[in-house]
Design a binder for this molecule. Sequence first.
Ligand code: EPZ
Length: 418
Amino acid sequence: MIEGGRRIEGELRVQGSKNGALPILAATVVTGCTSILHRCPCLRDTDAALHILRHIGCDAVRSGESVIVRADAPQRWEIPESLMRCMRSSIIFLGALIARFGRAELTAPGGCEIGLRPIDLHVSALSALGVKTDERGGKLCCHAPNGLHGANITLSFPSVGATENILLCAVCAEGDTVIRNAAREPEISDLASFLNGCGARITGAGSDTIVVSPTGVFRANEHTIMPDRIAAATYLSTAAVTGGSIRLRESAPDSLLPVLPYFEQCGCVVRIAGDDVLLQSPQRLRAPRLVRTMPYPGFPTDFQPSAMVMAAVSLGTGVFVETIFENRFRHVPQLRRMGAHITVQSNVAVVEGVPRLNGAIVYATDLRGGAALVNAALCAEGETRIGCIGHIDRGYENFEHNLALLGAGIKRIDSDAE
Ligand code: EPZ
C-alpha cells in the first residue's frame, strides 16, 4: 500500500547485485573449495540459489550479508523441477554442474513473464567445449563424454547467461577458450574476478573478447559482490519522479554510466562523489528523447520500466524501443490504469507525459515491472495498492523498509500469494 505525493529524500547504501550474486553462487560449485561471499543480497532469487546449492550437496549458510559455501563434496548433478521453477535463471547452474561433474540434468528453464528465454546460444556454445545436450520431455540432459576442451566461440548475440555458462565450463577445460562477442555487463567482470580469485586465469572480461587459460588448480576465496546497478538506478528514479534528492553510497558509479545521462536528459542534476552518486530532481521532469535498450554498455533493459515511469510524468513525449526482450511492456496496462498516456506498437512504446498519475489497484507482472509500479505509486495522487509483490521480492532487498526510511508512505499489507 503506497500513499503518493511524498518526496524521496536521504541516502542509502546500495544492495549487492542480484545478477552478480547468482552466477558467483553457481561458480562456488566449480572450485570445490570454500567460498566466502560478502554483500550477497537477501532476495527470493538468492535464497533459491542457496536451496539449489544445498540440494547439490554443498554446505551453504548465510550470516548477515555474507554467505559461506563449502563445495568439497557435492553429490548431485541434477536439479529437480520444483527447484528450477523457483528461479528461471537457475540455467546458470548448468555450466557449473558440467564443470564439476562432467554432466548435468535439469528441467528446461522455460520462458518467464518477459519472454521465451531460449537457451540455444548456451547449448551451441557448450557443444563447442565438448558437451552433448539432449533435450527431451522438458528435461535438459548434458554430458561431456570426452571431458571439456577449450574452443574458439563467437556468440551471435552477446548473451549474459551464455557468456557466464561458457566461463564456468572453460575454467575446467583442457586448453584455452576464446569468447568473441561476449557480453560486457559488469556482472561478467565480477564473475571473472571471483573465478580468478579462486585460481582461474581469465582475461578480457568486460570487453567483447574474453580468454580463459585453465590452470587446473582452485583455492578457497573471499569475494565482495558488486553493487546492484539496476537497484541503484531504480532508487535514483524514485527520487527523480517525486521531485526529491538521494545519495547512493558504495554504488560503483562506473556501472551506472549507461543510465546517468538519462537522468540528466530528464532534467536531474547528477553528481559522482567517489563511490557515491547524488541526484537532485527538478520539480517537473523533462521528457527523454528516444530510449533504445541495448546490451551493456547500452541502455539496460532492466531499467526500461522505471525509466518509462519518469517519462510518464514528464513534460513532453518519450519513445522507448525494447530490443532485448519480446514481452517487456507488461507494466504498461497497469500504468495506464493509473492514468499514464502510453501507446504500444510491437516493441515501441510512446509515452506522453501527464502532470499526475492517480492511485489505483494494480498488479506486479514481473520483477522490474513491479518496481516501476512502486515508482508510479510514489508520485501518484492518493493511494495505490500493488498486488503480486512476490515478483518484486525476487530482486529488491528490504524495498519497502528502505523507501520508508527515504520518506515514502509505504507498507506491506501481507505477503501476497504469487
Ligand atoms: C540476464 O538475463 C539478466 N539476468 C537479466 O536480468 C537481464 O535483463 C539480461 O541478462 C540482459 O541484460 C541475470 O543475470 C540472472 P541474455 P539473460 O542471455 O542471461 C536472447 C532481471 O530483471 N537469448 O543476455 O537471460 C534472450 O531471449 C533480469 O534482473 C537467446 O536468444 O539475458 C533475450 O532476448 C531480467 N538465446 C536476449 O538474448 C539464448 O541462448 C538477452 O538474453 C540466450 C539468450
